[in-house]
Design a protein around this ligand. Sequence first.
Ligand code: SF4
Length: 419
Amino acid sequence: MQTFKTDDLSIELNCHGNTEYTKVSYPVKYGLFSRLETNNYIFEFNLNHEIRHAKSKKKAWIHPSEWLKRTLGNDWVYYSTGGYSGVYEALGEYYLPNLMYPTNSLLGGKPFKENEIDQIVRNWHQIIAQLPGTGFPDPVSRWIWAIKQQTPEGLHKKAQTLFDISGSRVTVMPPDARHVDYNIIPLNISDGCLYKCQFCKVKNKKKFSVRSEQDIDHQIKQLKQLYGKDLINFNALFLGEHDALNAPCELILKTVQKAYDAFEFQASVMKKNYLFMFGSADSFLTADKTLFETLNRMPFQTFINIGLESYDQATLDLLGKPLTRKQVEHAFQKIRAVNDTFPNIEITCNFVMDETLPDSHYEAVMTLIRENVNRTKPKGCVYLSPLKFGSPSRQVLYDFYKLKSLSRFPTFLYIIQRL
Ligand code: SF4
């Protein structure tokens, strides 16, 4: 690390953050980055000189251990402690991501309406543009020049390039991506999904289809270029889109290996490697044992998230989810079997929540997550996903805590986030 200080600012180049994702109740920074501290602000930049974190030191800042993060999709996310609202119990994480766009979160306020936060989101670049260009040692001058080049317009364009690589934005990340603070590399091996459920707000119109190997290779090459020097800070792959598990087993395994090699995950500064994907009841039920056996041997901790939504036929019909209660039951049994057999794989599942759903939905979920299980399970997270966007409800939160307290599985809320 190289440090340079004047009366008005401090610059630390090549800071070493934590090298393993951890869940702690104070702010932790990960990987390699650089930091600029002025009298009023702290800004952090990745190895491509792009801003990635920011906070104000002024009194008006809501809480000293809260901060802003800029995502690769160029959204700002405000990480709050959530006050006394039991963020860890609800999310499995100590910090609550507050998003700039409508989502299904039940917790948090409206931090982007706060003046100090708004100021940073709007003016961070103006603040760094005013830094003097001379009077520093050479490496520091070069670094200041480089961070000034990464303008909001340029970062917006870069996010668009990311979306163009796969042809679309990741409109929803798997809930399990929380384990790496959503720092994923998205690679599409398929498009669309099988069901086009009526209730779903993240679906697209694409019929399910599988990408060619050539297309996947091209994405890998472009992603490598886009992540650039900062690639070394990544250790997590997301295979898109909404049902990657429905792609042929050989394609999944070959892609995972190719991505591991191309993104040089073995050389990442972050320890362990993570693989995330979505699956459906159908793709999961037809997935062969070989797939899980092979994934389990690969150098990844694999998380596959399956949207089951309900175990009540009336609710499945109401949601327009073309599944039967029997299929959900079989999928849930297989989830448990895979989780019990393969230590490096965790299959997680989602059920929806809403005030308008019949009691039979909650009773049925309870049968699956409590009555049919005789002891507490350490893995196989059950995520409960509020149906409505932009409409936090005390009743739904109350129902969540009730289900959570009785569940035999780790049970958390699913906040829908895009990349
Ligand atoms: S819930 Fe999943 S399967 Fe259903 S429409 Fe949405 S993305 Fe497709």
